[in-house]
Design a binder for this molecule. Sequence first.
Ligand SMILES: NC(=O)c1ccc[n+]([C@@H]2O[C@H](COP(=O)([O-])OP(=O)(O)OC[C@H]3O[C@@H](n4cnc5c(N)ncnc54)[C@H](OP(=O)(O)O)[C@@H]3O)[C@@H](O)[C@H]2O)c1
Length: 309
Amino acid sequence: MRALIVGAGGYNGGNVARLLAASGHTVRGLVRDRARAASALKEAGIDDVVQGDAITGAGLHEALTGVDTAFYFVHALGAPDRRTDERDLRAARQFVRAAQATGLPQGVFFTTLAPPRGVRPPVYQRNRLQVERILLDGVPDMTAVRAGMVLGARSRGLLPYVRLVRRAPIVPLGPWCTNRIAVIDPTTVTEAIVAAGTDAALAGRTLDAPACAQPTHRELVRAIATTLGLRRLIVRSPIATPRLDAALIAAVTGESYGFCRYLASGNEHDYIIDPARCEPFGDLNPPSLHEALHDALHPVPDQWPSGRR
Ligand SMILES: NC(=O)c1ccc[n+]([C@@H]2O[C@H](COP(=O)([O-])OP(=O)(O)OC[C@H]3O[C@@H](n4cnc5c(N)ncnc54)[C@H](OP(=O)(O)O)[C@@H]3O)[C@@H](O)[C@H]2O)c1
């Protein structure tokens, strides 16, 4: 199969490229900056690279030509002008236009889990749901694979938690600390994304990747501290708003406020999988939370993607 990775220099895009190439598929990558993505492309084993930009549409037509399946990872998180939503929506529309023009047969959008039914989606999930709608409406055999936080050494979801635990001897968490968050290891989620893009029976569906566990935020922070061998006092602060949380996380971790605002917005609700949507991935066996965190925080160099296999 000839596969295209849109966002091949990113964390999850790079992992998918690597598994596809190892499974004998022909892989092409679209990146914004070939030089900046060079080490990620080398690690993923991609030689066929198109430089472009999903927001302007540059390179999309060329990259999609002759492709059997495309994997879409574009996310303008932390855009300097804070116009993340506008950029992401524009990029999704450009992708649909190019996919329709080139007759893309199948594709996957890797995205986040939906909020509980009936609640107003927080900024992060609202962004991802809007992009999902544009892609799935525009490309008939596009599948959405939703997942919780990926517990990878370089995952953008996990890094702020790790920095927070490393840097703050006392970790303040808002009342949301008892909300649950699904977490998944990089190997399992990569296998789920690849399966969705290469199995025609899964085309056009919205699926949830399975989870290693669904701890509360407090349990997750405790598990990260334990895995790092650190003693941390976790205190429950009575006042929290997504903006305040974002400002605190940004100050402690060094991440941009814009990125932390999206990250913190998801804490307002449980962020868990729907077992019915996971059913097609019944043959995948995620490791335990403890194993996944150990692999993420004590990675073995040169083993894909986290040292487990
Ligand atoms: N990490 C997690 O824990 C997690 C969990 C669930 C779902 N997800 C989903 O995974 C997807 C990818 O996120 P990630 O965590 O892998 O983050 P990432 O490493 O930052 O990947 C995002 C990718 O988007 C690319 N991109 C941004 N703007 C672009 C543009 N205009 N044109 C082309 N490419 C562009 C980036 O390219 P550059 O390299 O040029 O910046 C990067 O490769 C998102 O949909 C996210 O919701 C992530």
